[in-house]
Design a protein around this ligand. Structure first.
Ligand SMILES: [Zn+2]
Length: 256
């Protein structure tokens, strides 16, 4: 009679031990996470939301790409970091592959965000939310850094050729829809600096070995854009891009 009881007692002890082990493991993990949060900068932690001021790091591209699947988080970024630079647009779903979902109008004049001066644009443009976020990050961490380092002056105005156009890639009939069909890309053709100088494509695009400052600046801009955009195409890619940089959010570090 007492053998089954002993068996049940053993089983109970094992269950208790396993429960204790699970609880201890849980506590240990939680403590680790707390310790990690204390010692590792927030932008290096995968669970912290992307901030405009976060320096580019190994998780930046991944955090940016996650905003594609999380419209609320993307919107929250713009509302928090640059509310005066955008107007949120109503969704315009469409079966044509040219719908606008979670998009904004980027203002031509940046306004005072209290978080550093933004650039002006030759005209406002429609941007899907992730494109707006990628632009703001690029402007802060790529464009202005390149301008200061190579040209010794900051960029005050950006000239673009447009963002939203309901068309296929290169306008070909049988190609897939372009990133522009959903306002996922911006075509940029030039920059005006605070000291009045202008740098523009294709005029200032030079061979990589050339030492001209404007040419080096344009190459630095293209390299920096690869940190914030999924697809970056420039004059070296093909003739269709000889006069602009195509900065798009789809893809992963496709920089040519
Ligand atoms: Zn383009």
């Amino acid at each position: 009679m007492d053998r089954p009881q002993r068996k049940a007692g053993h089983k109970g002890r094992w269950v208790t031990l396993i429960c204790l082990a699970v609880i201890l493991l849980g506590v240990a993990l939680q403590r680790d996470i707390l310790v990690l949060s204390r010692w590792i900068p927030a932008h290096h932690l995968p669970w912290t939301p992307l901030q405009l001021g976060d320096p580019p790091g190994i998780l930046t591209g991944w955090k940016l790409s996650r905003l594609d699947d999380d419209p609320a988080a993307c919107r929250a970024f713009l509302e928090r970091e640059a509310p005066q630079r955008v107007t949120f647009l109503p969704d315009r779903p469409s079966d044509s592959g040219c719908g606008l979902i979670n998009s904004v109008r980027m203002h031509a004049v940046p306004g005072d965000t209290g978080k550093g001066q933004g650039v002006r644009f030759n005209q406002s443009f429609i941007a899907n939310c992730p494109l707006a976020v990628s632009w703001l990050r690029f402007e802060r961490h790529g464009l202005q850094t390149a301008a200061q380092e190579v040209m010794g002056s900051r960029v005050t105005q950006v000239t673009h050729l447009g963002s939203y156009a309901c068309r296929n890639i290169y306008g070909r009939e049988n190609a897939r829809r372009s990133e522009h069909a959903t306002a996922d890309a911006l075509d940029v053709s030039g920059f005006t600096l605070a000291d009045g100088r202008q740098v523009r494509l294709p005029r200032d695009w030079t061979a990589p070995e050339d030492e001209d400052a404007p040419g080096r600046f344009l190459r630095a801009v293209q390299d920096a854009a690869c940190e914030s955009f999924g697809t970056v195409l420039g004059p070296d890619y093909n003739a269709a891009h000889r006069d602009h940089f195509h900065l798009g959010t789809r893809g992963w570090r496709f920089c040519r």
